[in-house]
Design a protein around this ligand. Structure first.
Ligand SMILES: *Cc1c(COP(=O)(O)O)cnc(C)c1O
Length: 400
């Protein structure tokens, strides 16, 4: 684990520092004000939970920079698991994310989770990434692209998955369309249709609807002939954790790999990977009647020890957080937020913590305060808070 007070040497030694030290400068390079500690041992633990919860293979969902955890580092960790088989696919959102993985030599197959634009397909074919296909047009276009990429030689088929819209409304064949078009799809010589998938819009909210989706997916795959698809997949984290299917054999967890359960009752099985941290920069005693932060929504009722902390919405700590509900952790104790979150700083009440000093470490969320709790208080979801952590926040990896 990381020492609680970093010297510049420690940072130089193990960590990425966003500031290049200038040897001609007489001043030491200061560590960042806000950082995210990313515990890769916890990632491995969560992956183990995901891969043992159901029978089947894993597509690890790494879109949006691995939910803000750092695309390259998370992909590398998952490709080199000491105790579990590596994921079969890494799921990304875009060609840019796929390219970032290719550039560091990731060998695991890359799956593009959404529909692709025509101008992206040449690279997808050339690099043999796996697209999910939503329409006959898209399939025909890929088929032609494979033919022209290999002009002259006999083309190697491109493995592709079909995606079915069983209720998400974001992409995919409607089930009856797919039944009608499957014969035409089968005739596309340069495609190897190795998989079929669909997506769950409300697996953490609507059990009845989700159950129906599983049944519809199972029925469709059976009608098409389940043996023809090597990979059959429907479940995100919530689907993996709480639903059973007799036909699926590949799971697509995202959030749970990062240690957050979309369904509360499974949270105890997981370990949060990311802790958002900062430091106390100032502690002062302010008198009763003094206002705190923009808008002066908060006016102190009594004399209060106020700590200023070097993190704000410019780092991704949600501005929507309300002082009445939110607290931060200092010296293992919850200290309530005072006033509105500002761009670079927040204020908290440390009256119950007389030993609080400038330089004390602060956990905004992580193992003790779950990001789910913060998300709820900010009227949003943990996915959005994690992906909202901005580039200014230095990512620090432990237990690599
Ligand atoms: C994001 C995504 C997932 C992962 O969802 P989680 O809820 O984070 O587990 C799975 N499948 C698709 C198609 C996605 O877009």
């Amino acid at each position: 684990m990381l020492p609680s007070h970093f010297g510049v040497g420690v940072w130089n030694n193990r960590l990425y520092i966003p500031v290049v030290p200038d040897p001609t400068s007489p001043f030491p390079v200061s560590p960042p004000r806000a950082w995210a500690e990313i515990n890769l041992a916890h990632l491995r633990h969560n992956y183990h939970v995901a891969s043992h919860h159901q029978h089947g293979d894993i597509m690890a969902v790494l879109k949006a920079g691995a939910y803000g955890h750092g695309l390259e580092k998370i992909a590398t960790a998952l490709e080199n698991l000491p105790d579990d088989p590596a994921p079969i696919f890494l799921g990304v959102a875009s060609v840019i994310e796929a390219r970032r993985l290719a550039e560091i030599g990731i060998q695991t197959r890359i799956y593009l989770l959404g529909p692709t634009c025509p101008f992206e397909r040449e690279e997808i074919v050339a690099r043999r990434w796996t697209p999910c296909i939503s329409s006959l047009d898209e399939a025909v276009s890929f088929n032609q692209q494979v033919a022209s990429h290999h002009s002259g030689e006999s083309p190697q088929k491109l493995p592709v998955h079909l995606t079915v819209d069983t209720g998400m409304g974001r992409g995919g064949f409607l089930p009856h369309e797919l039944l009608r078009e499957i014969d035409t799809l089968d005739q596309l010589d340069h495609l190897d249709i190795e998989g079929i998938g669909s997506h769950l819009p409300s697996a953490d909210e609507d059990e009845h609807f989700t159950q129906k989706q599983f049944e519809q997916f199972d029925a469709l795959v059976t009608a098409l002939g389940s043996d023809r698809f090597q990979f059959r997949h429907l479940a995100n984290s919530a689907g993996l954790l709480s639903y059973q299917s007799h036909c699926t054999n590949l799971y697509r967890p995202g959030l749970m790999l990062y240690g957050i359960s979309p369904i509360k009752k499974f949270q105890h099985k997981l370990k949060p990977v990311l802790s958002l941290k900062s430091k106390v920069s100032l502690v002062r005693t302010l008198p009763a009647g003094h206002g705190i932060s923009y808008g002066r929504d908060t006016v102190l009722k009594k004399e209060t020890q106020v700590a200023t902390i070097g993190i704000g919405y410019g780092d991704g700590y949600p501005r929507a957080l309300s002082p009445d509900q939110t607290s931060v952790l200092i010296q293992g104790k919850r200290c309530p937020l005072l006033g509105r979150v500002t761009m670079d700083q927040i204020m908290v009440d440390v009256s119950t913590l007389p030993s609080c000093h400038s330089g004390d470490e602060v956990e905004l969320f992580g193992s003790h305060i779950l990001v789910s709790e913060i998300a709820q208080q900010a009227n949003t979801i943990p996915w959005a808070v994690l992906t909202g952590i901005t580039p200014r926040v230095t990512r620090i990896y432990c237990n690599e």
